[in-house]
Design a protein around this ligand. Structure first.
Ligand code: SF4
Length: 242
């Protein structure tokens, strides 16, 4: 049916304009990293990590959707809120070292790096201080999976990240992993013992990616199927399969 109501048509155009404005706004979050990040090493595809590390151009026209960027921002906002909840509950958290710089590690000449969410330096009895605090804001499905199966089984990539920070920062007391359910605002806490083997394997994976990149050798694809879920939103899909 043709809509002959001019005011409605004007509103539709205005709404379309608003969506387009959000979709096209500048995005500082899209700055590229020039290193392999601890948060990326447990991901599904080593070749994608490698493309990022070598600074390969994204496929023409590719960019995160505005909705995806809002999901990233939701993660940052909930992390800040969750740190305040813990501070209000009597825990002492810090994000910076004595030099005022973000707490993290940098190895392999700066090619492999990571920055922690926080370190908990003190608080109520019951935890071994200092300890690493890692937070994720998750939708219902991922949150419920971690709450049911535990971090290592449900999200091994997050477990890798935790183990790497514990190893490189010598924070080997059990880490506190916190997941906030972005749908229901429930909170899952999990104490994560230091897993030296996991940390070593993740570190070796990073070293392998860095060495291969420097040698000009591409890692294998994570799948033989271009329609695999990890490839669907990969910024390097055309480059990889082309
Ligand atoms: S397109 Fe798929 S296989 Fe290729 S780099 Fe991306 S995720 Fe990996």
């Amino acid at each position: 049916m043709i809509d002959l109501n001019p005011s409605h048509m004007q509103r539709s155009a205005a709404i379309d304009m608003l969506h387009a404005a959000l979709e096209n706004m500048p995005r500082s979050e899209e700055k590229r990293r020039e290193y392999v990040g601890a948060s990326s090493i447990g991901g599904p595809c080593e070749r994608r990590v490698q493309y990022d590390f070598m600074g390969a151009e994204y496929d023409p026209g590719w960019r995160h959707s505005a909705r995806t960027m809002r999901i990233f921002q939701r993660g940052h906002m909930l992390e800040s809120a969750a740190a305040i909840w813990l501070a209000d509950a009597g825990f002492r958290l810090t994000q910076t070292g004595k030099d005022g710089r973000p707490i993290g590690f940098s190895v392999a000449g700066g090619a492999f790096r990571g920055h922690v969410d926080r370190v908990i330096t003190g608080g109520p009895d019951g935890l071994e201080y200092p300890l690493l605090w890692e937070h994720k804001a998750l939708g219902q499905k991922s949150w419920a999976s971690i709450a049911k199966h535990g971090l290592a089984k449900a999200k091994p990539e997050y477990a890798d990240q935790v183990a790497l920070y514990q190893a490189y920062l010598d924070l080997t007391s059990p880490a506190l992993f916190q997941a906030t359910n972005a749908d229901t605002m429930e909170v899952h806490f999990e104490l994560v013992p230091f897993d030296k083997v996991r940390a070593q394997e993740a570190s070796d994976r990073a070293a392998g990616i860095i060495a291969d990149t420097r040698a000009g050798s591409l890692r294998p694809r994570c799948t033989d199927d271009e329609t695999f879920w990890a490839c669907k939103d990969c910024p390097f899909r055309k480059r990889c399969w082309g």
